[in-house]
Design a protein around this ligand. Sequence first.
Ligand SMILES: NC(=O)c1ccc[n+]([C@@H]2O[C@H](COP(=O)([O-])OP(=O)(O)OC[C@H]3O[C@@H](n4cnc5c(N)ncnc54)[C@H](O)[C@@H]3O)[C@@H](O)[C@H]2O)c1
Ligand SMILES: CC(C)[C@H](C(=O)O)[C@@H](O)C(=O)O
Ligand SMILES: [Mg+2]
Length: 370
Amino acid sequence: MATYKLLLLPGDGIGPEVMAEVKRLIGWLDAQGIATFETEEGLVGGASYDADKVSITDATMAKALAADAVLFGAVGGPKWDPVPYDVRPEAGLLRLRKDLGLYANLRPAICYPALAESSSLKRDLVEGLDIMIVRELTGGVYFGEPKTITDLGNGQKRAIDTQVYDTYEIERIARVAFDLARKRRNKLTSMEKRNVMKSGVLWHEVVTQIHQREYKDVALDHQLADSGGMQLVRRPKQFDVIVTDNLFGDMLSDIAAMLTGSLGMLPSASLGDIDPKTGKRRALYEPVHGSAPDIAGQGAANPIAMMASFGMALRYSFDMGDLADKLDAAIAAVLAKRLRTADLKSEGSTVVSTSQMGEAIVKEIQALHA
Ligand SMILES: NC(=O)c1ccc[n+]([C@@H]2O[C@H](COP(=O)([O-])OP(=O)(O)OC[C@H]3O[C@@H](n4cnc5c(N)ncnc54)[C@H](O)[C@@H]3O)[C@@H](O)[C@H]2O)c1
Ligand SMILES: CC(C)[C@H](C(=O)O)[C@@H](O)C(=O)O
Ligand SMILES: [Mg+2]
């Protein structure tokens, strides 16, 4: 049995609480002899700032580079509002994404049958929803230079963020999205704002070219990102795969989260290229949600997004698709038994804590495995 190296970065707020449930699962997989992971834990975000005055140390970065995959909880919180901008908790996550070359962020939004009533939309709009948002993750306005606030000396300041995309960045994320569409329902929607942004003009042009040259068999359509957001809540099931830039992808995936019932449901995989020397793909797995300071420390967080992110690691980094399927089935079964963390509570459901939810999911996998 292969042993994989996993770096766990729980982070801040509910990060460590939801990561504890992945550790429970890893412990059980190991005890059963199903899969063994060599795990190491590190600090990131505010936790790293408190210890080392940076949001991630070079030593932790080196461990991330050496691992087969990184599991990331969440970072940030009001405690670190006063810290300098370049060492704020979120900077640690951005460095991980950039330095590991994780340009493709896969954010699946699936509405489990039992949760159709928990969505903010009507049941028939979301029941059976299964969409995949492919967010470009290492470019755009997140990383473009200049990124400054300048004092104009007349009582005014000027803030500049720069949106930059090169052809190759759009080509590679488009290929990831087209390849995924081919394995799903063969439909890709590209979202940008070419009506006001030059980067949108280039995005549209490059995605169209890649389609013409390499993926004519996939149905492609283009939507302006504002109207795409509207369509996402109007008729979400019209979508299969959506490809979009870093900032639009950030916003559209939080919107998609609410279609599934809660932000606490959405996992993600952040993937880089396969290294030709090792044959391995650099990867970090992280829930879409943040550190949820409003509920941190109460044992109320939903661990499903974190556990399902580990499920994506099983699928994309460890070639354990069967086990990932079992984890998905276990999550569906627990929800069908009407067990809910507080974010999902509905009439007739039993509200459970983070650890009770994690325990119930592990028990369910055990039953499926027997
Ligand atoms: N990947 C990350 O680390 C990440 C992602 C988003 C935000 N953040 C950071 O987190 C901090 C808080 O940001 P925010 O409040 O805008 O977003 P958030 O995602 O932390 O929380 C938004 C709302 O969703 C709820 N929520 C989120 N995850 C949940 C879960 N697993 N279970 C139950 N409820 C959940 C929260 O209680 C809150 O009401 C900020 O510092 C932000 O920068 C980090
Ligand atoms: C914490 C923050 C840097 C991050 C982002 O904006 O990418 C988060 O919102 C996300 O969705 O992963
Ligand atoms: Mg976000």
